[in-house]
Write a protein that binds this ligand. Structure first.
Ligand SMILES: *[C@@H]1O[C@H](CO)[C@@H](O)[C@H](O)[C@H]1NC(C)=O
Ligand SMILES: *[C@@H]1O[C@H](CO)[C@@H](O)[C@H](O)[C@H]1NC(C)=O
Ligand SMILES: *[C@@H]1O[C@H](CO)[C@@H](O)[C@H](O)[C@H]1NC(C)=O
Ligand SMILES: *[C@@H]1O[C@H](CO)[C@@H](O)[C@H](O)[C@H]1NC(C)=O
Length: 369
């Protein structure tokens, strides 16, 4: 084996090298292209300057007592006097106390990274049933980590939920440098996320980061539940926006959004709504492929130490995985490399399988011929 290996000619080595490069280009090329070439320049005009100015001058102090009317549970004291680096708001449905407990026991239990304080809270709307409300009250007394807005927590009200929670962050947690919006079915690696934020080369303002979605067309089918009428949003494409499962904004961005909320059409999906707000204040979303979006990333210790999020719907093993990630063992460069290649390949295979299953399901005659 070794002997034949040594006898390879130059052109054979070239061929192997070419294949290795091709393999990596196919696997990581899209991420690379997205991150480095999809940058457009932010624009600034008089209107944007005006909004920036208004946001900077915003004085929430007198508004605070009025705003607490909009929350059943407002946790108005949790942030007081604390310098918070990252506030993570986990968007949770009222009836899902078990999921919240799991998060509290795993990734939500991180209170600081490299000495930077982190606060994790749960964002809820109101439940339909009184019993559920009683349970939430009990859960809130025990953990002091639930914010509940006064609106029904339904899929149609998700834009309202985002507005209520950004308003909460601006009013009650103005000293949080960054705000993470994340859905309850996600796994979040807070240490790697904080490390990334600390290493941002530019100043820590105007930050809106996530998995950027490019050139999505609004749903124009009147029969569809997600129908967006032309009168509400006339343009052909939505602006680039961060996928709603998890994204980060800096406090100044949250304040600017608070200023423009009322001027932006609300009958669009919640993450698109945030994207339109961002565009109207002249912001360009920053893409990172370490956010998974909707995808579940196949578990691998060193891969999970590197990525920011993964959708956990398919994986009930969070506590075990969490324990393994935090066992203190570092990953060498090679292990990280190997982990990324393997979890990326497996994730591709998974999505291929899912696609295939869907085709089979949608074509009942598939087996017929
Ligand atoms: C708070 O609300 C009251 C009545 O709801 C209103 O009179 C007052 O102007 C409000 N305060 C601020 C600062 O908006
Ligand atoms: C959460 O972390 C604290 C220390 O930061 C630890 O004492 C506690 O046991 C942890 N809780 C769980 C459920 O792991
Ligand atoms: C949204 O919340 C409001 C306020 O609670 C409620 O009146 C409305 O029915 C909710 N909408 C939907 C579609 O659930
Ligand atoms: C609770 O969360 C799980 C996944 O995290 C989801 O499958 C389930 O539908 C949720 N339950 C409710 C009542 O929303």
């Amino acid at each position: 084996m070794q002997v034949t290996f040594c006898r390879l000619r130059t052109h054979q080595w070239c061929f192997i090298l070419f294949n290795v490069i091709l393999f990596h280009a196919l696997l990581f090329g899209a991420d690379f292209v997205e991150e480095y070439f999809l940058h457009s320049l932010p624009y600034i005009d008089m209107k944007v300057l005006e909004i920036k100015n208004k946001a900077r001058k915003l004085n929430m102090e007198p508004l605070r007592s009025n705003l607490s009317k909009y929350y059943v549970l407002s946790q108005s004291e949790v942030c007081k006097g604390k310098n918070i680096f990252l506030l993570s708001l986990v968007f949770s449905s009222p009836g899902n106390g078990t999921r919240r407990d799991l998060i509290r026991k795993t990734w939500g239990n991180v209170t600081s990274v490299q000495g930077h304080p982190i606060l994790t809270l749960f964002a809820l709307g109101m439940p339909v049933s009184v019993t559920t409300q009683k349970e939430i009250n009990k859960e809130s007394r025990k953990n002091n980590d639930i914010i509940e807005g006064i609106f029904l927590d339904s899929s149609e009200n998700q834009t309202l939920k985002i507005i209520a929670m950004i308003q909460w962050a601006v009013a009650f947690c103005p000293n949080a440098l960054f705000i993470l919006k994340v859905d309850e079915e996600m796994f979040v690696n807070l240490p790697s996320l904080v490390d990334y934020l600390l290493n941002l080369k530019e100043h820590l303002e105007d930050i809106y980061i996530g998995r950027v979605i490019h050139q999505v067309t609004p749903n124009r089918d009147p029969q569809n539940r997600d129908f967006v009428p032309l009168s509400e949003y006339p343009e052909k494409y939505y602006p680039d926006y961060c996928s709603g499962e998890a994204f980060i904004m800096s406090q100044d961005v949250a304040r600017m959004m608070y200023v423009v909320f009322r001027e932006v059409p609300m009958m669009v999906p919640a993450d698109v709504f945030v994207g339109i707000c961002a565009k109207s204040v002249g912001l360009i979303p920053i893409h990172s492929s370490r956010f998974s979006g909707k995808r579940h990333i196949r578990y691998n210790r060193c891969c999970y130490k590197f990525i920011f999020t993964s959708s956990e719907i398919a994986d009930p093993g969070t506590p075990l995985a969490w324990k393994e990630i935090n066992d203190g063992k570092e990953c060498t460069l090679f292990e990280t490399y190997y982990g990324l290649v393997s979890c990326k390949l497996l994730t591709y295979l998974d999505s291929f399988k899912r696609f295939h299953m869907k085709t089979i399901k949608n074509n009942p005659t598939y087996f017929g011929d």
